[in-house]
Design a protein around this ligand. Structure first.
Ligand SMILES: Nc1nc2c(c(=O)[nH]1)N[C@@H](CN(C=O)c1ccc(C(=O)N[C@@H](CCC(=O)O)C(=O)O)cc1)CN2
Length: 291
């Protein structure tokens, strides 16, 4: 059976490190959490981020705009937060309502306050192998692998999924860590032939149980980033990953869903906020602290 890789102890270690470093600063790092609309999942995620921020000694504020807020109102809020020296990190919870275009919104956040790592400057720095703030879930996956002492350098890594939030930045992080990386996606023919090559298989496709045991190389490390709500139980439904539970019989190590990568996303956000607060303004590219 695969070695289970629960996220809680790894997230706890990252949160403890964030708390230790936040405590060394002259003032608590400030995090602005921006939410538009009342999507229940987004409300819950933002609430969870604010709660964890308080636990590690960060100062956070939630800015909730109504569902119909125009783009100009959101951009004006981001301008105010950019100009506030007590705000070190700004996060706009995704997805935005359909009338809002995420590209100019994410691009309006100052790169040095972009604790989600989604500003084009930070994406460019990531792909150039330069210091910068990194997207939270992919950086959380790297932290999870490091916590469990799982090798990355020299590994044949396959990512299933090419989203801007997970698949693409994770490919850059793995490359920067000297893995040999393949990105597969919904139009990859014979997906199983590609995933069976992987010593390190990371799945962020958003399709419940897409990866079955026959698609996994025996002994592979499998990281399941999928969070799918399946309506096979009364009430809200049950959460399950992109990886079929039977993969545990083939893989060498496997993250659970829930309780795997999810908690790392929030922990990494708070670490990114501490990194942003540590870097003196304008020095984030040279100081090397965002690496
Ligand atoms: N601006 C951003 N928006 C979104 C991001 C992001 O990184 N930045 N990621 C996701 C949502 N997300 C954080 O925002 C997130 C998702 C899941 C979890 C988590 O801990 N999941 C738990 C299960 C929770 C549940 O019961 O629903 C788990 O996997 O164990 C945390 C954060 C999209 N939006």
């Amino acid at each position: 059976m695969a070695r289970p890789l629960p996220g809680a102890p790894a997230a706890q270690a990252l949160l403890a490190e964030a708390a230790r470093r936040a405590g060394r600063l002259a003032a608590p790092p400030g995090l602005a959490l921006v939410r538009v609309g009342d999507d229940p999942a987004s409300v819950a995620y933002v609430r969870g981020k604010a709660r964890k921020a308080a636990e590690v000694g960060l100062r956070s504020a939630v800015h909730a705009l109504p569902e119909a807020a125009p783009q100009a109102e959101l951009l004006a809020l981001l301008g105010t937060l950019n100009a506030d020296p007590a705000v070190h990190g700004i996060l706009v919870q995704l997805p935005l309502p359909p009338h809002l275009d995420p590209e100019p919104v994410l691009g309006a956040i100052l790169p040095e306050k972009d604790v989600d790592g989604l500003h084009p400057v930070n994406i460019g720095r990531l792909w150039a192998g330069q210091p910068g703030l990194r997207p939270c879930t992919p950086a959380g996956v790297m932290a999870l692998l490091a916590f469990y002492g799982l090798p990355v350098a020299g590994q044949r890594a396959v990512i299933v999924g090419r989203s801007a939030l997970v698949g693409r930045p994770l490919a850059a992080l793995l490359l920067n860590a000297n893995a040999t990386v393949t990105v597969a996606h919904s139009r990859t023919p014979d997906l199983g032939a590609v995933t069976r090559e992987a010593e390190l298989l990371i799945v962020a496709a958003g399709r419940a149980h897409l990866i079955t045991p026959d698609m996994v190389r025996p002994g592979a490390t499998v990281i399941d980033v999928g969070i799918n709500r399946v309506a096979d139980a009364p009430g809200q439904g049950r959460l399950t990953g992109d990886v079929h539970p039977d993969v545990a019989a083939v893989a060498g190590a496997l993250t659970p869903v829930p309780g795997g990568v999810g908690p790392m996303t929030v922990a990494q956000l708070l670490m990114n906020t501490v990194l942003a607060a540590e870097a003196p303004a304008g020095q984030e590219g040279r100081g090397g602290r965002f690496r």
